[in-house]
Design a protein around this ligand. Structure first.
Ligand code: DPP
Ligand code: ZN
Length: 878
């Protein structure tokens, strides 16, 4: 397979202005008639240039140009295209194709899920529905007529407004939809099925009433209210924050069970993985509720950042995704808690994106090339992309950012544009040069800041020396050029007071927190009038997506844990300290030395436990030890057993030392009143369950086991039930299997809850987990055709359960490789996600490296491998 390069972009030779589709759904075949209004692009195509339309898995039945059927000599059809040798400047092209949605297991294009029809066209799958210029810079208006059996498909949906309906012979009916907004083909959607609607309304700031509809299978109608509320909140937030109003009269969301992604922002008709719509207190956890709110908001925000202004080409994906993730992060922060949200996002970025940057898939947020675009819907494009958008906010302030965004829409509404266009609009609106940010788009890898602080008592100066370089990346990269890195800092005196900060060339101090700009490889910042040696708080709020390297006494970290007034850095200080100790403990374990925990850490941990001012969710966050996967990123080779033992040891020591305080916290926050979804109730559940699952369970004593059992039996909500069950997963006791059976018996008919049942077993750190996973893979409820189920068992085990997946006998590796090959024949997109669990293989010890490499070689040797899996595995082996 050949890569496609960003620098090869050119405009299309033809434009398509208008699309009329008629889709006839039948059991054995679906017929798609299309009429396209096409004109030559005078800027690129010379007269008589052939027209090349994308098309895959289509059977062409009829073709006519300006109403005249084309003779076979006038065109050519191959596996990927329809080529018409000669066309006029303006013309109408009609085609009729046949497709087979019921045979579609890839879940792109038009397919069936639970007997209903739905579509997924991003990135390049509209071409599986009809012949088209399937690229985001070709924007057209669409009119779509759907016809189907009336009893089995009473609901027929597409983008825009419903404009006409009618009856047909043979108990069939039809509905016509018109979308007045020009859009790229990846935003097309169609849904047909037996669905019911939970609806509401939203009155926009200009006074228009929008109808909101959540379409689900009938048994799920009581699980839609939270999604509806989330949508209303998102609509209001976008008006208040950015002045952005919804533009159509109706906004529809459809929940489907079989979906490769989280959700899809099709114009006016979002199609969602049911996981991000359906919830009820007894079926979904507090985290599920929060995820639903965030994903609903994310897709809604795309209506402006993505749909009204879209991407010129797929290399620009971060233009819409980085920006929209940034927007949904801010939304969630406003709906919940700023510090908590920031900590969660940074944790995810550091664990997953930093790893991607240091592995074979390292790529800039705006990639330079790809073989299969679907492989580039990555944590780098999304989450690092959002951090890069946040840099604008950091540099320009919230108001400057909003001005820049307004300018972006003023200039580009209705267009398909690039990341450069975004940067230029931001710069124009704020009359500032932002070209230094360009390197964040063009370079892969994580910048590393090395920091040294030096206090000069005589001069009363504090000198901060900062250098930047790039963390090593195995993928071949051009030489690293320094980036513009905004760094927020504060200095504290020994009492924990933030000092007024005055730089050497300033006459007076300006505030107690400063934003420094690091743009060179090495820079020095001198603060004057510093009366005593201060403690440095660096990169506050994680002001840039970089790694920080700094030698500092443990006492400074303990000090910041207690005194830093930046909540993020206060949390981070605890994480850095815990990480340092855990890595040392792992070394000690590997060397057979006795393990001892630093009393300073025990003491600091105790202070967090008893700090009554700390919000309970933040306290839970602060108590959590860095996870094994994150720790693994910090060492080479990754010693999975040592990390597991070190972390278990630290957990046990803390649990024993603070048994009384932990039990008291549990009792204090364990509510006996009925479920509520208020913030304080959520905070309480978070803290209580963190205490139980991550500390008390390690004690394995009767009192704790009794608590777990009671919580499991009496829980009136899934948060508590799942937490109790996950505690039991760590315990080798009869109650474990009983609880699993009970849970299965109660929830086997609810696919999303059953996913939890699979995931919980796969995440157990007990040694027998591998065998359990192998047997669950043949469980009658395990199903390779349902991505959620595959992710819940396979992804949870292979990607999240580090110590058990990397079992030294290599059995788990073999299992994954075989599964990937089987899945690749059904759903290459999903297979390629799973095979990514091998991406870090070079970082392990020789034994595991060889085992993984041999599985990767087996995979790549398969004939007919999908381009998706081929690209990931070949990059991994290179
Ligand atoms: N639906 C996916 C998302 O919103 C891809 N656009 O991120
Ligand atoms: Zn998105």
């Amino acid at each position: 397979p050949q890569p496609i390069y960003r620098h090869d972009y050119r405009q299309p030779d033809y434009w398509i202005d208008k699309v009329e589709l008629a889709v006839d759904l039948h059991d054995d075949v679906t017929i798609v008639r299309s009429i396209l209004q096409i004109r030559r692009n005078k800027d690129t195509a010379s007269e008589g240039q052939p027209l090349v339309l994308n098309g895959e898995k289509l059977t062409l039945k009829e073709i006519a140009l300006n109403g005249q059927p084309l003779p076979e000599s006038a065109y050519q059809v191959d596996r990927e295209a329809l080529i018409i040798f000669s066309v006029p400047d303006h013309f109408e092209l009609s085609t009729v194709v046949a497709i087979k949605p019921h045979e579609n297991t890839e879940l792109v294009g038009l397919y069936q899920s639970n007997g209903n029809y739905c579509t997924q066209c991003e990135a390049e799958s509209f071409r599986r529905i009809t012949y088209f210029l399937d690229r985001p810079d070709v924007m057209a208006t669409y009119s779509t007529t759907i016809s189907a059996d009336k009893a089995r498909y009473p609901v027929l949906l597409s983008n825009g407004n419903r404009v006409a309906t009618g009856e047909l012979e043979n108990n069939r009916h039809w509905v016509r939809w018109e979308d007045p907004f020009r859009k790229p083909s990846y935003l097309f959607a169609l849904v047909a099925g037996q669905l019911v609607c939970h609806h509401g309304t939203f009155k926009t700031m200009s006074g228009r009433e929008i109808r909101l509809e959540i379409w689900v299978e009938p048994q799920n109608i009581d699980k839609c209210e939270h999604a509806l509320l989330s949508l209303q909140k998102a609509m209001q937030w976008d008006e208040q924050t950015f002045g952005l109003e919804y533009d159509l009269d109706v906004y529809m969301i459809v929940a489907v069970n079989d979906f490769n992604m989280g959700a899809m922002e099709n114009k006016g008709l979002n199609v969602f993985n049911s996981k991000f719509v359906l919830c009820r207190p007894d079926t979904a956890t507090d985290d599920d509720y929060e995820d639903i709110e965030a994903v609903i908001a994310h897709e809604y925000f795309h209506n402006w950042t993505g749909n009204r202004v879209t991407c010129r080409d797929w290399f620009q994906l971060t233009l819409k995704e980085g920006l929209t993730v940034y927007r949904d992060q801010r939304f969630t922060a406003d709906m919940t808690d700023f510090a908590l949200k920031r900590i969660r996002d940074v944790k995810k970025l550091r664990t997953l994106q930093f790893a991607e940057d240091q592995g074979p898939m390292a790529h800039p947020i705006r990639p330079e090339s790809y073989i299969e675009m679907n492989n580039f819907y990555t944590i780098t494009v999304y989450e690092k992309g959002a951090e890069v958008v946040r840099l604008y906010e950091t540099l320009l302030g919230k108001e400057g950012f909003a001005k820049g965004l307004a300018r972006y829409f003023e200039k580009h509404d209705g267009q398909a544009v690039t990341c450069d266009d975004f940067r230029v609009a931001m710069a124009e609106a704020n009359q500032i040069d932002l070209t230094p940010l360009d390197r964040w788009y063009s370079q892969a890898g994580t910048p590393v800041c090395e920091v040294r602080g030096r206090y000069d008592a005589e001069q009363m100066t504090y000198t901060l020396q900062v250098t930047q370089s790039r963390a090593p990346t195995p993928a071949v990269q051009p030489a690293f050029m320094p980036c513009l890195i905004p760094i927020r800092v504060s200095l504290f005196d020994p009492k924990g007071q933030a000092l007024p900060l005055q730089l050497a060339d300033e006459n007076v101090p300006i505030g107690e927190e400063r934003l420094l700009s690091l743009s060179e490889t090495q820079q020095q910042f001198i603060f004057v009038n510093i009366p005593q040696e201060p403690v440095l708080s660096f990169l506050r709020g994680f002001s840039a997506p970089v790694q920080v390297k700094m030698q500092r006494p443990r006492e400074h970290l303990a000090f910041l844990m207690a005194h830093d007034n930046d909540s993020f850095n206060r949390w981070d200080a605890g994480q850095i300290l815990a990480q340092e100790l855990l890595l040392n403990l792992a070394q000690d374990w590997a060397a057979g030395r006795e393990l001892k925990l630093d009393p300073l850490f025990i003491q600091s941990f105790g202070k967090i436990l008893t700090d009554s001012r700390l919000n309970p969710s933040l306290k839970a966050m602060a108590m959590m030890l860095p996870d094994e996967k994150f720790l693994g990123q910090q060492i080479e080779p990754i010693d999975v057993d040592a990390l597991y033992e070190a972390r278990s040891f630290m957990t046990r020591v803390l649990a024993r030392t603070f048994r009384r305080e932990l039990l008291a916290l549990y009792q204090q926050y364990h509510s006996t009143s009925p479920y509520s979804n208020s913030r304080s109730a959520i905070d309480a559940r978070r803290l209580k369950n963190t205490v139980l699952r991550h500390f008390l369970t390690a004690l394995q004593d009767e009192e704790v086991i009794a608590l777990i059992g009671q919580q499991f039996q009496h829980a009136d909500n899934m948060t508590d039930m799942q937490a109790a069950l996950s505690c039991l997963m760590e315990l080798e006791i009869p109650e474990r299997e009983q609880a699993l059976q009970q849970f299965y018996g109660r929830w086997q008919h609810d696919p999303l809850v059953l996913d939890k049942w699979f995931a919980l077993q796969a995440s157990s750190s007990l040694p027998k987990t591998l065998d359990r996973v192998l047997s669950l893979a043949s469980h009658p409820d395990f199903n390779l055709r349902n991505p959620n189920r595959v992710r819940s068992l396979i992804w949870t085990f292979c990607s999240l359960n580090q110590v058990r997946f990397h079992s030294a006998d290599g059995r788990a590796y073999k299992f994954l490789a075989e599964l990937v090959l089987e899945l690749d024949r059904l759903n290459p997109q999903l297979a390629s996600r799973l095979v990514g669990a091998f991406n870090q293989w070079r970082r392990f010890d020789k034994l595991r490296r060889n085992l993984m490499e041999s599985q990767l070689n087996t995979i790549i040797a398969q004939p007919n491998l999908s381009t998706d899996v081929y690209e990931i595995v070949s990059r991994s082996l290179n």
